[in-house]
Ligand binder design. Structure first.
Ligand SMILES: Cc1cc2nc3c(=O)[nH]c(=O)nc-3n(C[C@H](O)[C@H](O)[C@H](O)COP(=O)(O)OP(=O)(O)OC[C@H]3O[C@@H](n4cnc5c(N)ncnc54)[C@H](O)[C@@H]3O)c2cc1C
Length: 499
């Protein structure tokens, strides 16, 4: 009898894994999800004719989705749209808007009068970043490692010329490249995707600038990002995969070194032969398996990415001063970066990101209106557990945005939803509200990241942002490929156990 697979969580990691497994012939797959709808962070909110992507608003490495669909015998059901410009950046106190184009001549024009010889400097920086990307993509990012030595061996195969950049920061590299604060800050924004600041991110991660500006750029999806989730769920349902929502796993049953079932908060037992955990790979080990290495005290000592403070606004009127993707930065970058992880956000100088997806997806807002998604990175709940000031903070950010784009947003709000880190935690079990999961310092990547096969129960596998290789939509799709490789190796050695 064919083996049963249970997947805990229905984020992109889960959906990609289920698609791959069903294509390999597994036909008894069940997905249980705590939230009321699928997608995890790749979710949707709807109110009064507005729809909002709850989390991700763009992605890099679009070819990872193409690979996934191809490997699963499907035509890509989504229409991807390349962003051009990628985004725009405004610094507080300045009228200037930097539009970030992938065309270097157009990009250089944005820095005219700010950064002398911008094009030559950017070209050199990006060439080096590209070499790092291509020298590590397959050896480090897209491989499973069976042990720390095998990981270190792979690292040793990366050309040694990149090694020094492990030991100094991205900011130092940028200081050696550009003169203007504006160019340095804009090129350093990629560090925040890793959950760190450019001052403590190793310079090797400049490879992310190559992925955004040269390699494949940024993409979003016609109709909104949630189309990804909808398309995958539709395909899985057609393939007979079962979904159960509002089911939170809280305990497990094990026998002979295998987990035979997960128990939910209502006491129901979900049995299977193969278990895939899409919940956070670190906190699940602590909270459900009670592993001392992942106790709350130990988890708190790990490095986590910043928490999201998100605001979803349905606004009457069209806002000319906004593009599809926009960064609004303060004017005190070093001070901001020093404090943002541990101290509360400074309401007088907020740094935030805004997507107005109605600019290119008119169906996301009623006619003549905009749907705004505002993301302000804030310290996680280890440092700020109480968010009773969420509404007040949201109002400050909305006022700041209105002033900077020259539109009275506050008086034209039709709907407003505010989600502080506490809500992200409650809805999706994000550890202490951390938005992207475990951070990507050298001590938390590769063999040092929580593994995608459990240490104790060999039929339990992990997929998603906090296991290998890391966070972000394309990484999570890669993570499903690596997890499925593990499952295939495991399954080859097993006999069916459940009827
Ligand atoms: C605000 C925000 C903006 C982002 N923007 C971008 C972006 O623009 N581009 C990009 O590439 N990435 C972005 N990311 C990161 C990206 O969303 C994640 O890396 C990715 O979606 C993680 O997918 P996942 O499958 O690992 O986990 P998740 O999407 O978190 O899915 C895990 C699922 O498991 C469920 N679960 C947890 N515990 C249990 C349990 N005990 N029982 C049952 N179910 C459980 C959760 O409810 C959740 O649905 C963003 C993230 C956030 C929060």
């Amino acid at each position: 009898m064919e083996k049963k697979v249970l997947i805990v969580g229905s984020g992109l990691g889960a959906l990609s894994t289920a698609l791959r497994l069903s294509s390999m012939g597994y036909s008894r797959i069940k997905i249980v999800e705590k939230y009321h709808s699928p997608g995890g962070r790749l979710n949707i909110l709807k109110d009064q004719g507005f729809t909002f992507d709850m989390g991700p608003s763009f992605f890099s490495m679009s070819y990872e989705f193409d690979e996934l669909f191809k490997a699963c015998g499907m035509n890509n059901p989504l229409k991807f749209r390349k962003l051009d410009p990628l985004y725009s950046v405004n610094f507080a106190g300045s009228e200037r808007l930097f539009r970030i184009f992938t065309d270097l001549d157009k990009l250089a024009a944005e820095f005219e009068g700010i950064e002398p010889n911008f094009k030559e400097k950017a070209q050199k920086y990006l060439e080096n970043a590209g070499k790092i990307f291509h020298d590590t993509e397959y050896k480090v990012v897209k491989s499973n490692f069976n042990s720390t030595p095998s990981y270190l061996l792979s690292l040793a195969q990366v050309p040694w010329k990149h090694a020094p950049r492990m030991f100094y920061s991205m900011w130092t590299d940028l200081e050696n490249t550009f003169e203007s604060e504006e160019a340095k800050v804009i090129f350093s924004l990629v560090a925040f995707f890793l959950g760190a600041t450019p001052f403590d991110t190793p310079a090797v991660y400049k490879l992310l600038s190559y992925t955004e500006l040269v390699h494949d750029g940024y993409w979003n999806v016609e109709g909104g990002m949630y189309k990804i989730t909808e398309a995958m769920v539709k395909e899985l349902e057609q393939r007979g995969v079962q979904f159960e929502y509002g089911v939170e796993i809280s305990d497990y049953i094990a026998k002979n070194g295998k987990v035979t079932g997960f128990t939910d908060t209502r006491g129901n037992i979900h049995e299977a032969d193969i278990m895939v955990v899409n919940a956070d790979a670190a906190s699940f080990r602590g909270e459900i398996f009670k592993r001392p290495k992942f106790s709350e005290e130990k988890l708190d000592k790990m490095d986590w990415t910043l928490a999201p403070f998100t605001i979803y606004l349905g606004v009457k009127g069209k806002i000319e001063g906004l593009n599809h993707h926009n960064y609004f930065l303060g004017s005190n970058f070093r001070d901001y970066a020093d404090k943002i992880f541990k101290l509360s956000v400074n309401p007088e100088k907020p740094y935030y990101y805004v997507t107005a997806s109605s600019k290119s997806n008119p169906e996301c807002a009623p006619e003549g209106c905009e749907n705004l998604f505002i993301l302000c990175p804030v310290p996680d709940m280890r440092y700020k557990p109480n968010w009773s000031d969420a509404e007040a903070l949201a109002d400050v950010i909305i006022k700041d945005l209105g002033d900077r784009v020259g539109y009275d947003i506050s008086s034209n709000i039709i709907t407003k939803i505010v989600m502080p880190p506490t809500e992200w935690k409650d809805k999706l079990n994000l550890y202490k509200g951390s938005g992207l999961g475990l951070a990507h310092g050298l001590n938390q990547i590769g063999a040092f990241r929580p593994k995608n096969q459990d240490e104790e129960f060999d039929n339990v596998f992990y997929v998603g942002a906090s296991t290998t290789p890391g966070t972000g939509l394309p990484m999570v799709v890669i993570s499903s490929r690596l997890a499925v490789e593990r499952i295939a190796e495991f399954d080859k050695k097993q006999e069916p156990v459940l009827a």
